[in-house]
Write a protein that binds this ligand. Structure first.
Ligand code: NAP
Length: 285
């Protein structure tokens, strides 16, 4: 019997990236659907849970993606609401690579060391990757702030994180490189998770910092979000700080993403979100 993955994307056009990785994770057939909402997902879930005998249900699974984290979370919840008794399948949430990318980044940062008690600032942390990195760092005992260009949106993001995960993340309004330079003062960890190709922090604003120990940048499209580090950096030393670039931790991201997809087909009741995916990444780094 074939391993089938229903790729439910909140965007109109389902992600090709997620489709390719799903195949590479061992799925026989990936079936992409776009424009998924909590309102229209129900019939698709019914089709997934009612079709196969109990012993074969684990060979059907659901992947929730798309560029909007809140929409992805709402669909992830709506999918689970349809489940009852053993009428369920395994589900993974990874809007915009949020969980797998953040998990790879934070797993590298915490590899072989404790981050507890440190202070992190996630620049442009209001997107899917930044939100999940905030959760995972908080789980490591780090005090986390995220910046965004508007205080209202950034605070709303922090509130949503607290509501979903029970962790307190602080909001900082930082609309430009000057205010972002102030925001990282006193931080031990700086992560850039801005939209592709935007410089968020200039090299002069971090290279002499007495507090910064770790830098990581999720953006793989030039120019780098953190000027002065390289996209290939993997524990590279830059001005005495340990640096990670997007490709540097990207290999682990892809490996984690594939491993998570493979795990979906081992049982029919797995739910993979931030905590579960981060736990998997920690075993792989
Ligand atoms: P995103 O949602 O596209 O953007 C994150 C934040 O960037 C937005 O919430 C926005 O925050 C801010 N932003 C947008 N335009 C800006 C501008 N002109 N100036 C300053 N800030 C701006 O990002 P994402 O999906 O979370 O992804 C984060 C990064 O990770 C991206 O660069 C993406 O390409 C990369 N990525 C890497 C991997 C990997 O394997 N390495 C995987 C997936 C994604 P405000 O509006 O609140 O300011």
């Amino acid at each position: 019997m074939k391993k089938l993955l229903y790729q439910l994307d909140t965007d109109a056009l389902p992600s090709v990236f997620d489709n390719v990785v799903a195949h590479d994770g061992g799925t026989d057939q990936v079936i992409p659907y776009g424009g998924i909402t909590p309102q229209n997902v129900g019939a698709l879930v019914d089709g997934a849970i009612f079709t196969r005998a109990p012993k074969d249900k684990k060979l059907t699974a659901i992947f929730v993606g798309g560029s909007n984290m809140l929409e992805g979370e709402a669909v992830f919840k709506a999918v689970q609401k349809k489940f009852f008794a053993n009428f369920r399948v395994s589900v993974m949430l990874d809007s915009n690579g949020s969980n797998t990318t953040a998990a790879a980044c934070v797993a590298w940062l915490s590899k072989g060391r404790s981050l507890a008690g440190k202070r992190a600032v996630i620049l442009a942390g209001t997107g899917p990757v930044g939100q999940r990195a905030a959760v995972m760092l908080s789980r490591e005992g780090v005090t986390v702030s995220i910046t965004g260009r508007q205080l209202d949106k950034t605070q709303a993001t922090c509130d949503a994180i607290e509501q979903r995960f029970g962790v307190k993340v602080h909001a900082i309004a930082a609309p430009d490189n000057v205010t972002r330079a102030s925001a990282v003062e006193g931080a031990h960890i700086v992560i850039a998770t801005g939209a592709a190709g935007i410089v968020l922090l200039e090299e002069k604003d971090w290279k002499d910092s007495p507090s910064i120990e770790f830098l990581a940048d999720a953006n793989a499209t030039p120019p780098m979000g953190l000027e002065g580090i390289d996209v290939m950096d993997k524990e590279a030393m830059r001005h005495g700080k340990t640096a990670f670039g997007a490709i540097g931790f990207g290999a682990l991201k892809i490996a984690v993403h594939r491993a998570c997809v493979a795990k979906l087909f081992e049982q029919n009741d797995l739910l993979l979100d931030a905590d579960e995916i981060y736990a998997i990444a920690k075993t792989m780094v």
